[in-house]
Write a protein of this length. Structure first.
Length: 91
């Protein structure tokens, strides 16, 4: 099974791909999507969306796992990160 893991963020969104066959796990690729800070929120979200779509087409994952935003001291930041996280479910 090929798994795409995503760590969403508005400045950098990390990703990693592994193959899992029982207890055997093989590294495929990983990286980060860097988003310029001078862009508006919609522009940042579009970059994340487009790049995750490209990565998915390249590596053909069977499943994806997205990190849960579990703690943030700033409620506004939590809401913004939720938008980045939500992009991963679209397509």
């Amino acid at each position: 099974m090929r798994i795409l893991g995503i760590d969403p963020g508005l400045r950098k969104t990390g990703f990693g791909v592994i193959d899992s066959n029982g207890s055997n796990i093989s590294y495929i690729t990983s990286g980060a999507i860097s988003i310029p800070l001078n862009l508006s929120l919609p522009e940042r979200l579009k970059i994340i969306f487009d790049r995750i779509r490209e990565i998915s087409k390249e590596v053909q994952p069977e499943v994806a796992a997205i990190e849960i935003i579990f703690l943030n001291s700033n409620p506004n930041s939590t809401l913004l990160l939720g938008q980045a996280r939500g992009l991963q479910y679209v397509d």
